[in-house]
Design a protein around this ligand. Structure first.
Ligand code: LLP
Length: 425
C-alpha cells in the first residue's frame, strides 16, 4: 500500500492520508471505497519525474483502472493525458475538464457511434487494433470531414509473464495487429486522405513484475518502425502501454524510475544509430497510479462456522470487488481498529452474493467480531470500475481524502437507481 496508509502507534487504528478509516465507515457507510489524493499524486509524479529531461513523454492514465471523475480531474491537473476505451470513458474525461486532444482511444471493438463521438470531441489519437477498424475509421472520418490521427496497436508476441487473463501481447490474445499485418494497415492509413499516421503502440499485459518483456517488446516495435520507414511510412511517436505491477502481497514490481529511463535510453540509442529524430513517447499506466491509493471498507455482518470452516460474512461482495473471484487475486485484509476482546481465527472473508465464488480473501487470520470494519487493501485499481449490480446490489460509494479531509466523490447507488432503467418505459 501507499505510505499514506498508517497505523496510529497509540490506538492501533488505521488512517489514510490522515483520515481515520473507522470514522469514515461510520460517516459514509459501507461498502466504501476510499482513495488518497496524495497517494495518486505521488504515483503519477513517479512517472513524470522518471522521464523528466530525458525525452518528450506523455503519461496517458488508463481510465479503466479507476474512472471516478474527481480522480480524473486531479490527474488532469497534474498534466496527465488519458487512455480510454469507450465513449463512456471519453465522456468522463470531458466531465472532468480533461483535454481530449491529450487522450488516446484504444480497444478492439470501436463502434461507428464510438468513432463519431470521439472524432467530434477531438480525441488526440485512435489506437487501431485491426485492418477492419482502420477501414471503418477512414470511412467515418471522411463522412464527418474530420481528420483522425492514428496509431496501430501492434501485438509483439512477447510473454508478459503475468496472469493469462491480463496478458495481452501474445499472438493468441485478441489485442493488436500482428507484426506481419501491421505494414498493410499502415499503408491503408497512409493512402487515406482523412487518416494521419501519428504513431505506433503496444501494451503487453498488466501487473508486470519483471521488466524484461518491455525491452523485448520495444525491440520488436523498433524493428517494425525500421521496416515501415523503408516503405516510406515515418513513425515519430511510440506508445509503450501500461502494465507496471504493484505490491498486493510480496511482489517486487519495478518502479517507473527503474524502467522508463532505460526504455527511453534504448529508443535514443536506436534513433541516433539510424540518424532519426528522437520520437516522442507515451506510457499508459493504470494500476500503478491508483491501485495502492485505494482501500475498500466493509463491515462484518456475521461470523459463521460450517463445521471446522470459519466464515466472516461482510457487506462487500464480488460485485464490489471482482478481482478475487475473477483472477483468484490476493488483497490484504486488515481490521481498521483493533478488537481487544476478539480471539484470532482463520476466516474466509466472503460476501452476501449467492455464489461460492463470492470470496474476497481466504484463510486469513483475524481477531474480529460482528460489526467490525475491515479494510481490503490495494483496491484502488479495477475495483469500482469492474463492479456490477449482480444480485441487484447497488454499487458502493467513493470518498476522496485530500489532506486529511474526506469528500464524497460518488454517492452510493440506491434502490431507485437500480430500478430506473426498467420503469416508465
Ligand atoms: N493500456 C492498455 C491498452 C490496456 O489494455 C491496459 C489495461 C492499460 C493500458 C493499463 O494497464 P495497467 O497499467 O493498469 O496494468 N482487470 C484486470 C486488469 C486488466 C487490464 C486491462 N488493460 C485486473 O484487475 O487485474
Amino acid at each position: 500500500m501507499s505510505e499514506q496508509l498508517q497505523t496510529d502507534p497509540n490506538t492501533g487504528r488505521l488512517a489514510f492520508e490522515g483520515a481515520d478509516l473507522h470514522s469514515l465507515a461510520e460517516q459514509f457507510g459501507t461498502p466504501l471505497y476510499v482513495y488518497s489524493a496524495e497517494a495518486v499524486r505521488q504515483a503519477y509524479l513517479g512517472y513524470a519525474q522518471a522521464c523528466e529531461g530525458l525525452a518528450e513523454v506523455t503519461i496517458h492514465y488508463a481510465i479503466k483502472a479507476n474512472s471516478n471523475i474527481h480522480l480524473l480531474k486531479l490527474l488532469a491537473s497534474l498534466g496527465a493525458g488519458f487512455d480510454l476505451v469507450s465513449a463512456g470513458e471519453l465522456a468522463r474525461v470531458l466531465a472532468a475538464g480533461g483535454n481530449p486532444a491529450k487522450a488516446v482511444f484504444a480497444g478492439v471493438g470501436k463502434s461507428v457511434a464510438d468513432i463519431e463521438y470521439a472524432l467530434k470531441a477531438g480525441v488526440g489519437c485512435f489506437n487501431v487494433e485491426s485492418a477492419a477498424e482502420m477501414v471503418r475509421l477512414g470511412e467515418v472520418a471522411q463522412r464527418l470531414q474530420i481528420k483522425a490521427n492514428v496509431s496501430v496497436r501492434v501485438n509483439p508476441d512477447v510473454d508478459a509473464k503475468t496472469h493469462p487473463y491480463i496478458s495481452t501481447g501474445l499472438k493468441e490474445n485478441k489485442f493488436g495487429v500482428s507484426m506481419a499485418v501491421a505494414p498493410s494497415v499502415y499503408a491503408h492509413a497512409q493512402a487515406h486522405p482523412w487518416l494521419n499516421v501519428h504513431g505506433i503502440d503496444c501494451h503487453i499485459g498488466s501487473q508486470l513484475t519483471d521488466p524484461s518483456p518491455y525491452f523485448d517488446a520495444l525491440d520488436r516495435v523498433l524493428g517494425l518502425v525500421d521496416q515501415l520507414s523503408a516503405q516510406g511510412i515515418q513513425i515519430d511517436h511510440l506508445d509503450l502501454g501500461g502494465g507496471i505491477g504493484i505490491r498486493y502481497r510480496d511482489e517486487n514490481p519495478p518502479k517507473p524510475a527503474d524502467v522508463l529511463p532505460q526504455l527511453i535510453a534504448r529508443v535514443r540509442q536506436w534513433a541516433q544509430a539510424k540518424g532519426r529524430p528522437m520520437p516522442t513517447l507515451a506510457f499508459e499506466p493504470g494500476r500503478s497510479i491508483v491501485g495502492n491509493a485505494g482501500v475498500l471498507l466493509t463491515r462484518v455482518e456475521f461470523l459463521k462456522n460450517n463445521e471446522d470452516k470459519h466464515f466472516a460474512i461482510v457487506d462487500a461482495a464480488m460485485n464490489d470487488l471482482m478481482r478475487p473471484a475473477m483472477y483468484e487475486s490476493f488483497h490484504a485484509i486488515v481490521p481498521v481498529a483493533p478488537n481487544p476482546t476478539a480471539t484470532a481465527q482463520d476466516y474466509d472473508i466472503v460476501g452476501p452474493v449467492c455464489e461460492s465464488g463470492d470470496w474476497l480473501g481466504r484463510n486469513r487470520t483475524l481477531s474480529i467480531a460482528q460489526g467490525d470494519v475491515l479494510a481490503i487493501l490495494s483496491a484502488g485499481a479495477y475495483g469500482l470500475t469492474m463492479a456490477s449490480n449482480y444480485n441487484s446490489r447497488g454499487r458502493a460509494a467513493e470518498v476522496l481524502i485530500e489532506q486529511g479531509k474526506a469528500r464524497l466523490v460518488r454517492r452510493r447507488e440506491t434502490i431507485e437507481d437500480l430500478l430506473a432503467p426498467e420503469l416508465g418505459l
